[in-house]
Design a protein around this ligand. Structure first.
Ligand code: GFB
Length: 334
């Protein structure tokens, strides 16, 4: 069955029971902050009580709690090194989480579900900015193909459940995110928290140089997680269609320039040393965010403002003790 609903039919969250799956992660915690401004009941489950990789546990939770709207922000996530070295975990955990949550949402009549993917679902050499139509037109970036395959399966589940069951399940593909609550563990993290932690430590210890992975030439688009949460809530309320929506800022920078900006913000004035034994990943990844802009949403935090705020958060939460990590592998299952 194909759905007949309008792509822009309004879905107010006011008065609804809303489950944020993965509420302790970078995106999930930002979503909880953002949803506090909506008149809705926010539902969460800790990882201790609910393992989203378990079909039985997810079924029972959904049966008992009966959310009306669901944000699937739960995922096993990580930066280029974590993705490259834990292929099984990135593929298995993410497939299980999304399949369990989406199927249980259908079974218990969830009115609307928003699944979060990633811009790495697109081919490595996509046209830039990347349109949603680039999906499945070419080979993936090898350092994150396992995660990308899982996320492609998730967005396909949403499309399939729309077609076969008429479920109002949509998906959103955010660009590289950063912000308060990120994972600063150097083996697991993405580039922004890694460079903030490294530059801070380099300044504190008076190191002569700062190691930046790869050549410094790859281009990345960064979006502050509070902007992302705002865009995600906006999409839940304003979009209802089969095509995944891209979520970006349009603000692109090379890794070398990002490193220089972070050194400036953290006050580190030593040398930047590019470690070309480490992978660059995809050369360029900026999404075409036009569809969401046309609906009426755009990001508002500049990269420099967002980095300064994230550095302040790091100092308050992780940097003072002198260690660089907040935790081990980041999972937002519950
Ligand atoms: O953020 P990042 O790990 O992920 O790396 P991707 C971005 C770029 O920063 C790469 C470089 O070119 C890295 O080599 N980089 C420089 C560093 N120094 C560092 C460092 O100390 N740590 C890290 N982590 N990078 C991820 C995917 O790709 O993007 C995920 O692996 C996901 O699947 C995520 O899609 C959004 O942008 O390369």
């Amino acid at each position: 069955m194909h759905t007949a609903m309008s792509e822009t039919m309004l879905f107010p969250l006011s008065g609804r029971r809303v489950w944020v799956a993965g509420h302790r992660g970078l995106v999930g915690s930002a979503l909880v902050r953002r949803l506090a401004r909506e008149d809705c009941e926010i539902l969460t489950a800790g990882r201790d009580s609910l393992d989203l990789r378990s079909p039985d546990q997810v079924d029972l939770w959904m049966k008992n709690v009966r959310p009306e709207a669901v944000f699937v922000a739960a995922a096993k996530v990580g930066g280029i090194h974590a993705n490259d070295t834990q292929p099984a975990t990135f593929l298995y955990d993410n497939l299980m989480i999304e399949a369990n949550v989406i199927e249980a949402a259908r079974r218990y009549g969830v009115e609307k579900l928003l699944f979060l993917g990633s811009s790495c679902i697109y081919p490595r050499l996509s046209p830039q900015p990347i349109p949603a139509s680039a999906l499945l037109t070419g080979a993936l970036e090898p350092t994150n193909e396992w995660y990308a395959i899982a996320k492609i399966a998730g967005l396909k589940l949403c499309q399939a459940y729309r077609r076969q069951y008429g479920c109002d399940f949509i998906s959103l593909m955010p660009t590289n995110l950063y912000g308060p609550g990120d994972n600063f563990d150097l083996q697991q993290s993405h580039v922004v928290p890694a460079l903030i932690a490294k530059a801070h430590q380099a300044r504190v210890t008076g190191a002569v140089s700062l190691s930046v992975w790869g050549s410094g030439t790859p281009l990345r688009e960064f979006l502050h997680v509070d902007d992302a949460a705002d865009g995600i809530v906006f999409a839940m309320q304003h979009y209802s269609g089969e095509t995944p929506l891209n979520l970006g800022s349009g603000e692109e920078i090379s890794i070398g320039d990002l490193a220089r900006m972070i050194c400036h913000i953290t006050g580190y004035s030593g040398r930047i040393a590019f470690d070309i034994t480490k992978p660059d990943g995809t050369p360029r990844k900026v999404v075409d965010g036009n569809a969401l802009r046309t609906l009426g949403w755009q990001a508002s935090t500049s990269l420099e403002t967002g980095l300064r705020q994230t550095y302040r958060w790091y100092l308050d939460h992780a940097g003072l003790s002198g260690h660089t990590g907040t935790s081990g592998p980041r999972r937002a299952y519950g």
